[in-house]
Design a protein around this ligand. Sequence first.
Ligand code: GAR
Length: 191
Amino acid sequence: MKTKKIILFASGSGSNVENIANYFKLRKDVTICCVLTNKSDAKVIERCNRLEINALFFNRQAFSKSDFILNMLQSLEPDLIILAGFLWKVPEAITLAFPNKIINIHPALLPKYGGKGMYGMHVHNAVKEHKETETGITIHYVNAHYDEGAIIKQAKATVLPNDSAEDIASKVHQLEYEYFPKVIDEILLKQ
Ligand code: GAR
């Protein structure tokens, strides 16, 4: 059986990266090649140190002002590239080079609360401000437009009137931990 290779991108805490790593830990058919981050002090790097996963930092020069990351990704030949809390827009050269091979998780029910500037707590604060009664997660393919690629999976959580933005974030994270690894697994199986 050929081992499937995944590459993860993250910008912050990396709790989804850790959850995905734990899910595939005992699986010989799926390997995490590396975690790439655009923040040199991101907590995800500490997690990778502890989990013994390769982690690399890159800057804008490498990502979007040159083809360095594109070339690196192409040479690694990943089966799937996963944005797990990654906050930069992916350059078109990369989305075009990997059609239907890049997926993202968004902490809301797209098309609501998507687009530029809508990430992390900004999303949950907006959900609270608009008195939404439900929110959730969207796992989708990545194309050249922010949060607009084909939707693969959505899951919902109820928002109660007294929920704080932090409560909402916690409910959304629970959904992410439950569904994101399973969806990745299903996509890899179909390839
Ligand atoms: C997650 O909730 C993810 O959905 C969100 O960032 C968080 C990262 O948490 N992504 C976006 O907002 C992308 N627009 P983590 O670093 O603990 O995995």
